[in-house]
Design a binder for this molecule. Structure first.
Ligand SMILES: NC(=O)c1ccc[n+]([C@@H]2O[C@H](COP(=O)([O-])OP(=O)(O)OC[C@H]3O[C@@H](n4cnc5c(N)ncnc54)[C@H](O)[C@@H]3O)[C@@H](O)[C@H]2O)c1
Length: 391
């Protein structure tokens, strides 16, 4: 029986992936094998020796001390893409509200409450809120990852032309994106031809303030810009100028900024991208499956501190070792198995940054349980060694 500690209320759809016969799941567990967390701050949490892994139901892991977890061999998982559909749907809504003045019109209509000639006022005033359809217009999608691909394909289905840009396009995205999306070679190429531009890239040193005054000068006049990715991807002052100069017709963002909040033609949402019950369920289910697969089989998928490392279980015995990514680790590890006269059936070793992980399937462990794990743990660079299963 494995103990799973929940540090936030986790969707039952997620917890049902951890069957009661094998997993005791509760918010009161003191010696957890695994933790599922949403936003609880874990920086002051003292990591128990029993802990094997933490699964974050969501994308960001800044509430988890990822590096000190790695030092103790605790694998931290997140759930990339689990909220992609929620964000995609909000992008579709953003395309429409950037075009049809829907939010402004609804606000104006409220002001007519109680007016005796309401119908006449509506017929007279609604002209101000007319806006173009999106069908046949060109959408630029910057970043073709989990969200960008869904947005591109959905926009095609709505009759838009789509131009995508992603210099690091993954094989997964290449498989899933429609062949009707034309791929641009640069951001400049996208912004110069598109009527609508939506950004779906991570915020990092290379992308910070990517939408700046220089790039905005290259936009097609009157374009509509959507940023549901991260606030820091745009330069707010440059966007404000572009709106004043008519370069941008509208800016829809999921990130409040004092410079732009309340400005005409800016629609600011309160970080609503992933706020759907389905997204919460998808994240919880994905986190639970990642945790289960790791605890039961030692396989790693979607870790932020250790490499992806998965192999089908041969069905006899499995040992895993989390270790530093330094020379001669694999040689030293396998030498211990040789010394113990244990035959390796199958083995996989992967690395990511400073850390690496090795899965070793054996014919049999015999009576070597204690001596093997003791020797592996004594090896310089090893932070965790575990007999994952036998038979
Ligand atoms: N508003 C919200 O609530 C919300 C919710 C989820 C995600 N997000 C944001 O959306 C972003 C995208 O999420 P995702 O799940 O699609 O991530 P992802 O990792 O699947 O995709 C990101 C893509 O951006 C590409 N990329 C990186 N740098 C680029 C660059 N300079 N130019 C063009 N492409 C570049 C990558 O190659 C990758 O394909 C996240 O980074 C996150 O900040 C926001």
């Amino acid at each position: 029986m494995y103990n799973i500690l929940t540090l936030n209320a986790i969707s039952p759809k997620g917890l049902e992936k951890l069957p009661g016969e094998q997993f005791a799941v509760s918010a009161d567990i003191t010696k957890p094998d695994g933790i599922i967390v949403r936003s609880a701050d874990m920086h002051d949490y003292s990591i128990p020796d029993t802990l094997l892994a933490i699964a974050r139901a969501g994308a960001g892991t800044n509430n988890i001390p990822v590096d000190s977890c790695a030092e103790k061999g605790v694998v931290v998982f997140n759930t990339p893409g689990a909220n992609a559909n929620a964000v995609k749907e909000l992008v579709i809504a953003s395309l429409l509200i950037s075009s049809r003045k829907i939010t402004e019109a609804a606000e104006w209509t409220k002001t007519l409450k109680g007016q005796p000639d309401m119908d006449k006022l509506i017929e007279g005033g609604k002209k101000k809120y007319a806006g173009p359809e999106i069908i046949g217009k060109k959408l630029g999608v910057i970043g073709l990852g989990a969200i960008g691909v869904l947005v591109a394909n959905a926009a095609l289905a709505l009759g838009m032309e789509v131009v995508g840009y992603d210099p690091f396009l993954s094989v997964h995205s290449a498989w899933h994106i429609s062949g009707q999306v034309s791929l641009a070679k640069s951001v400049d190429e996208v912004v110069s031809v598109c009527d609508y531009i939506t950004i779906h890239i991570p915020q990092n040193e290379n992308t910070k303030k990517m939408i700046d005054a220089e790039l905005l000068k290259k936009f097609k006049k009157g374009a509509r810009l959507i940023n549901l990715s991260r606030g820091g991807l745009i330069d707010p002052a440059a966007v404000a100028d572009a709106l004043d100069e008519g370069i941008l017709n509208k800016f829809v963002t999921d990130f409040a900024d004092n410079e732009l909040l309340g400005k005409e033609n800016v629609i600011t949402l309160p970080h609503l991208g992933a706020s759907t019950p389905e997204s919460e369920e998808n994240c919880a289910a994905m986190a639970a499956v990642e945790l289960k697969n790791f605890i039961e089989y030692g396989n790693i998928k979607n870790s932020v501190n250790f490499p992806n490392c998965e192999t089908p279980y041969t069905g006899k015995a499995r040992v895993t070792v989390a270790h530093k990514n330094i020379p001669n680790m694999v040689g030293s590890i396998t030498a211990i198995f040789a010394k113990e006269n244990l035959n390796i059936d199958n083995m996989i070793n992967k690395s990511k940054g400073n850390w690496a992980y090795t899965i070793i399937d054996l014919d049999t462990l015999g009576d070597k349980h204690d001596s093997l794990i003791k020797e592996l743990k004594e090896l310089k660079g090893v932070v965790k060694a575990r007999i994952v299963r036998e038979n």
